[in-house]
Write a protein that binds this ligand. Structure first.
Ligand SMILES: *Cc1c(COP(=O)(O)O)cnc(C)c1O
Length: 392
């Protein structure tokens, strides 16, 4: 076993990890130090949109590494211009700031909204966010998030994030006041257990924010870049946000994020925002490669089709075994168990060579590579079923 070969003592223990040590990955498959293979339906937390070590990324990385890695954000580089142009061309927004993580992009969104509020709304700075939301782990994003477990952690928190309830427009209205500058939410609350914002709620929010003259900010860090079967989640609601953040899939596995905004919202002035690694050529080259793959004819249609297939298989399993609700879109799905056995099912699946995730004890989450095949979905379902039957 890997435990005998490795000691983990030098690492801070920030989460409970299984003892398996991973050394290699290709597509939907991972290999550990003992040579055992795993079908991966976690994919670095919905990050590896093209699977493990996909050729376009390996080529982009090695080509760019040999050419230019980082010339500092104080200068333009060719790749940052190209990737920003791609995001603008394919979205409803016009200006891009690159960051290194989702939380950092969200911090940027909050800064931009607060600056916009200082200029246009008498210093309004509050941003209404939702219970159970997940926006990242910086101090401000812990406040913006709605995770009950974080309430007592690292006090005092950053103020200015009153809470409302997903799919309850009345609760958002009740949270608004003259200090409100915007509303921020995820189209699908992924970390909370895959809860989808309804069409009615999202449209209502867009109308409400427009009527009040405040900003609609979408955290598309998990839902963006094809995960919902369209390039961006907002497309499925027929609305346009004022600000959007991207990360996870944008880098296909490398640290890359973006803050994207409407021209009129983009009030940053020289010196307001920055970061040493932001827009570095190496990560930009990867983002370009990801974008080129996702926007190839038929790619997103295939994601939607495989997603519908996975949904059908999960619903069938739920019926067969008397489990709970199946929720999601595209290739982001959850299956409710009717008891709190998620962690045991995850462990049994791991033993059987399958990686899945349990975001809460009574829920399993599935976030495979967008390139996952039907055969791999079938294989996952077989393993999951046998694991469930053993755990029961
Ligand atoms: C993962 C995630 C984040 C945080 O991204 P990091 O890169 O971990 O900082 C924020 N919002 C959502 C919706 C996410 O899924």
């Amino acid at each position: 076993m890997a435990e005998a070969k490795y000691s983990f003592h030098s690492l801070m223990e920030i989460t409970k990890r299984p003892a398996n040590v991973f050394v290699e990955g290709h597509g939907s498959w991972l290999k550990d130090a003992d040579g055992k293979e795993y079908l991966d339906f976690v994919q670095g937390w919905a990050v590896n949109c093209l699977g493990h070590s996909p050729r376009p990324l390996v080529e982009a990385l090695s080509r760019q590494a040999a050419k230019l890695i980082n010339c500092s954000p104080a200068f333009y580089n060719e790749t940052m211009i190209r990737l920003a142009d791609l995001i603008v061309k394919h979205s409803c927004l016009q200006r891009v700031f690159f960051a290194n993580s989702g939380a950092e992009a969200n911090e940027g969104a909050v800064k931009l909204a607060r600056k916009w509020g200082a200029k246009n709304k008498n210093g309004a700075y509050e941003i209404v966010t939702l219970d159970h939301a997940f926006h990242g782990r910086t101090l401000a994003m812990m406040s913006a998030s709605g995770k009950a477990e974080w309430k007592q952690l690292y006090e005092p928190k950053v103020p200015g994030f009153p809470k409302a309830v997903l799919n309850d427009l009345g609760s958002v209205k009740a949270a608004l006041n003259e200090k409100t500058v915007g509303v921020m939410l995820e189209p699908i609350q992924g970390e909370a257990g895959v809860f989808v914002a309804t069409q009615e709620f999202m449209k209502g929010l867009r109308d409400l924010t427009r009527e009040k003259g405040i900003l609609l900010i979408l955290d598309e860090i998990q839902t963006g870049m094809g995960r919902m079967g369209t390039l961006f989640g907002y497309e499925q609601y027929g609305i346009e946000p004022d600000i959007m953040t991207l990360a996870k899939g944008l880098g296909g596995g490398v640290p890359l994020a973006a803050l994207v905004a409407k021209e009129g919202v983009c009030v940053f002035e020289v010196g307001d925002q920055g970061g040493t690694f932001n827009g570095n050529s190496l990560m930009m080259a990867v983002g370009i490669a990801v974008f080129e793959e996702l926007t190839k004819p038929g790619f997103l249609e295939q994601v939607a089709k495989t997603g519908t297939y996975l949904q059908g298989r999960l619903e069938e399993l739920s019926r067969q075994l008397g489990l709970g609700e199946v929720r999601g879109k595209g290739l982001l799905w959850a299956l409710d168990l009717n008891k709190e056995s998620g962690p045991q099912v995850v462990e049994e699946c791991l033993n059987r060579g399958l990686l899945i995730n349990s975001p809460r004890k009574n829920t399993l989450r599935f976030m495979p590579a967008l390139t996952v095949s039907r055969e791999e979905v079938d294989r996952m379902m077989d393993t999951l079923k046998s694991a469930w039957q053993k755990i029961g």
